[in-house]
Ligand binder design. Structure first.
Ligand code: NAD
Length: 275
């Protein structure tokens, strides 16, 4: 099968399921990404600060998969924000990845105390215009940060990548983004393993009903919610498990049970604190 794709406001499409490589050591990254590509993944979520772009790039090059079939995201780190930082930062990421463009380039954190995200966004608009990033977006942006970009720039972010999992469903933010044409990407889609999915009321019953694992039900829920996900694992059997979410469908009752798991519970850094 092929992964379902969503169309971004840039006109480009994005595979709804991918692989995230946060905390994958440089030495493992090549093998993990090679395994993922073999299994059928085509979307990799990376970031300069993960310090594994070279390993990812080697796997991409050795796969022989045509560039247009891959979807590669990387992110601008906070210390490279500003008017002049993004260009060399993206050029270095491209060199490490062995690519001449990324599919999606994100501002990793608003880092409001630096107060440079508007200038950074203008620089990304420029890089987008030159074709170095097919689409551009943001990560960890709160409504106030999105509003400020809208006031001071012309390109609407294609995506906002935020913490999102059963215990933190981000309904309010998603409600603001949808009419603006900003797609939502989930980071920590499985809660980063920081709480037990077994403790989510009703989740085990849904999994039993469909003969799927808890992780598969959660990933399927993201997909049916219209959210983009890229769960992270370095284990091949879990790469297979996380990609095997297209042969079943959650019904309205299942979706309602999932919705009731929202507790507004963050497991990661607050957007205003990532600096
Ligand atoms: P995640 O929710 O994907 O959790 C990863 C953990 O879940 C793994 O360490 C593994 O132990 C476990 N896991 C994976 N598959 C499993 C399975 N099938 N069954 C049981 N456990 C399983 O968390 P994450 O890695 O933080 O998020 C995914 C991706 O999101 C990252 O790799 C990265 O690309 C991105 N991310 C972005 C930001 C940001 O600020 N933009 C922050 C964190 C993560």
């Amino acid at each position: 099968h092929t992964t379902p794709e969503l169309t971004m406001n840039s006109g480009h499409t994005i595979p709804q399921l991918g692989l995230g490589v946060f905390r994958v050591p440089q030495d493992d990254a090549q093998r993990v990404v090679a395994d993922a590509l073999e299994i059928g993944y085509r979307h990799i979520d990376n970031a300069a600060v993960y310090q594994n772009e070279e390993g990812v790039g080697r796997a991409l090059a050795e796969s022989g998969i045509p560039r247009e079939e891959l979807f590669i995201t990387t992110k601008l780190w906070n210390t490279d924000q500003g008017t002049d930082g993004p260009r060399p930062a993206l050029e270095e990421s491209l060199r490490k990845l062995g690519l001449d463009y990324v599919d999606l380039y994100l501002i990793h954190w608003p880092a409001p105390q630096r107060n440079l995200y508007v200038e950074s966004w203008r620089a990304l608009e420029q890089l987008h215009g030159e074709g170095l990033a097919r689409s551009i977006g943001v990560s960890n942006f709160e409504p106030e940060h999105l509003d400020r970009l809208a006031e001071h720039s012309s390109v609407i972010p294609a995506v906002n990548q935020v913490e999102l999992h059963p215990a933190l469903q981000q309904r309010e933010l998603r409600g603001l983004q949808e009419p603006r044409g900003i797609l939502t990407e989930a980071w920590g889609p499985l809660g980063q393993g920081k709480y037990s999915l077994e403790d989510m009321p009703g989740l085990a019953d849904i999994a039993a009903k469909h003969s799927k694992t808890l992780a598969q039900v959660v990933l399927r829920w993201h997909l049916q919610e219209g959210v983009i996900v890229f769960p992270k694992t370095t284990r091949r059997e879990r790469l297979v498990e996380n990609f095997d979410v297209f042969s079943f469908e959650l019904d309205a009752d299942d979706m309602a049970t999932m919705k009731a798991m929202d507790q507004g519970m963050r497991v990661g850094t607050h957007p205003n604190e990532g600096n």
